[in-house]
Design a protein around this ligand. Structure first.
Ligand code: FE
Length: 193
């Protein structure tokens, strides 16, 4: 089964001024596309893996031999949906209740997530995740790492690879994180909860 590079769920200028069309042209059109192309090329030599869904490939972890490209495909697809032109602001619905019961307030959660994303060393991802008991937590993964591999359910993600923000914010990851909060898609978070 060839994996498909998904279209962005909005136009490439829809996240501006927080994330520019140029960033999305490179990040979605070059980086994400490259992971999908490399994944499909690698699977041509691994027919035993070709029938697996993307999620099942990621759950196999490094033993599959295609983990980095598979997980980067999953992570980026998840990231585009974690953002929305009509996102931002405070959460609503079940995710708001779950955040308040876990962290005490939205502001406390925002501080915890921003700290995780801001202090993550090097390339990787910050996540809001749910464990098998339904408990929420904030975590981060290195490089292509994905919570699916650890049996966790992703709720939201923020890509903290420099390619996510270097065009718009150069080395200022905190400015990019502030932009992420202006775009965070609470409808997607509620759907994943
Ligand atoms: Fe990325």
């Amino acid at each position: 089964m060839a994996h498909t590079h998904p279209e962005l769920p909005y136009s490439n200028d829809a996240l501006a001024p927080h994330i520019s069309a140029e960033t999305l042209d490179y990040h979605h059109g070059k980086h994400h596309a490259g992971y999908v192309n490399k994944l499909n090329a690698a699977l041509e030599t691994k027919p035993d893996l070709a029938a697996l869904s993307l999620e099942d490939l990621v759950k196999r972890g490094a033993s599959s031999g295609v983990f980095n490209n598979a997980a980067q495909h999953f992570n980026h697809s998840f990231y585009w949906n974690s953002l929305s032109p009509s996102g931002g602001g405070a959460p609503t619905g079940a995710i708001a209740d779950a955040i308040n019961s876990t962290w005490g307030s939205f502001d406390a959660f925002k501080e915890a997530f921003t700290s995780e994303a801001g202090t993550h060393f090097g390339s990787g991802w910050a996540w809001l995740v749910k464990d098998a008991s339904g408990n929420l937590s904030v975590t981060s993964t290195h490089d292509a790492g994905c919570p699916l591999t650890d049996g966790l359910t992703p709720i939201l993600t923020c890509d903290v690879w420099e390619h996510a923000y270097y065009i718009d914010y150069r080395n200022a990851r905190p400015s990019y994180l502030a932009a992420w909060w202006e775009l965070v898609n609470w409808d997607f978070a509620n759907a994943n909860l």
